[in-house]
Ligand binder design. Structure first.
Ligand SMILES: [Zn+2]
Length: 385
């Protein structure tokens, strides 16, 4: 990006964030908060009003003289679409600039190859806009979150285990279909961005997001930045080895953390104990009804998860850990033993101010996370590389 353009983008983001943080604010106060000249504030806010991102609200309180016009975020002035791309279906959510979901729907994916998937998703986006009565011109961009190793800068899916994709330039494919900008990222990173922008992670420079359910995911925020690693593969917490002589995992290694904690493995371990269950939900019900074998499966999973989390705390020293995912349904069956194991294995000094927050998660939240991929570009500073 040319230096002039970059400077302008940075200043626009600074102004947008000042407005987002204060609700409604006068131009003179924006200049004070952002340290920008009044002339720059005037010209950039005019541009933001034209783009529909902010609007002139009622006049504020006078400090002598004319009452100043307040500027506010035009949350509904523009929309974004977030897509959670799963194995057999995709959940699409249309959100405003505050990541509030306006409309959402789930579509079945009949074909899984990248080309057909992009066509089906494009139809899904058009259908969603029509349902919400939103004009196409208001769509700022589309974010897609999926499991796997994603190069978010290049918009390339390096490896996705669920649909067997390798080296797929999916952002480009979908952009060709939709004729609007498309951002691609690992689904847990997308969720982490939403926590950082709007959720528990706001103003927390160092925090972790752990998802439990179908797989075990990890989003890392260190010094205010999402850590993606050299190839977009950081955060494969589920495939850290817990027992080298354990069961063979879907990744080909043995004894990964997932083989103790992920839904399919909970079921398998329950079946080995002689329980007749075919889903993690059914197992949860059995355990809630007091079946000792079911309780034991969750206790073991919690213990392994808690040890792994203690390792993460000792590595990253986070101020906050958000635990989410479909697996949250197990509640204290899982989190009781998990917390106990964490307490035993964390450095006491690191545990002192650590907050652990457990949030339920649905497909809708995952899709909202994907919307965060677009929103992040609006409210965050561009990467300097
Ligand atoms: Zn594995």
């Amino acid at each position: 990006m040319a230096k002039r353009q970059l400077l302008k983008t940075i200043n626009r983001v600074a102004i947008l964030n000042a407005i987002k943080a204060h609700g409604a604010i006068a131009r003179t106060d924006i200049a004070i908060y952002t340290h920008l000249s009044p002339a720059t504030v005037t010209s950039l806010t005019a541009e933001l009003i034209r783009d529909g991102l902010i609007y002139e609200k009622q006049a504020g309180i006078s400090r002598g003289g004319r009452r100043p016009i307040l500027l506010a975020l035009n949350a509904e002035g523009a929309v974004v679409v977030g897509i959670k791309l799963a194995e057999n279906d995709a959940t699409l959510a249309l959100t405003d600039l505050n990541a509030h979901i306006i409309k959402q729907h789930t579509i079945r994916l009949d074909e899984r190859d990248p080309e057909s998937t992009s066509q089906q998703l494009a139809r899904g986006v058009d259908g969603l806009l029509a349902k919400a009565g939103a004009r196409r011109s208001r769509l700022l961009g589309v974010g897609v979150g999926l499991a796997g190793m994603i190069d978010s800068q290049a918009g390339i899916c390096r490896v996705s285990p669920h649909n067997g994709w390798r080296e797929v330039p999916f952002s480009q494919l979908l952009e060709d279909q939709l004729d609007c900008i498309v951002y691609l990222d690992n689904n847990v990173n997308a969720l982490t961005l939403v926590e950082q922008l709007y959720g528990a992670g706001q103003h927390v420079p160092n925090f972790l997001v752990i998802t439990v359910g179908h797989g075990i995911g990890l989003g890392i925020v260190a010094n205010g930045q999402v850590v993606r690693g050299a190839n977009g593969g950081a955060g494969e917490f589920g495939h850290t080895v817990v027992d080298p002589s354990g069961f063979e995992c879907t990744c080909g290694n043995h004894g990964c953390l997932e083989t103790f904690v992920a839904d399919a493995w909970l079921v398998r371990r329950a079946q080995i104990r002689g329980l007749d269950v075919d889903s993690a939900l059914a197992l949860t019900v059995q355990a809630q009804n007091g079946d000792a074998r079911a309780v034991e499966v969750f206790a073991q999973a919690g213990e392994v998860l808690g040890c792994g989390m203690a390792n993460l705390v000792n590595l990253f020293n986070p101020a906050l850990i958000v635990i989410s995912g479909e697996g949250v349904r197990a509640g204290d069956l899982l989190f009781g033993p998990m917390k106990a194991a964490m307490q035993r294995h964390m450095f006491a000094q690191l545990a002192e101010d650590l907050e652990v927050c457990i949030e339920p998660l649905t497909d809708e939240t995952w899709a909202r996370g994907a919307a965060g991929l677009v929103l992040e570009r609006i409210f965050s500073l561009p990467a300097l590389d």
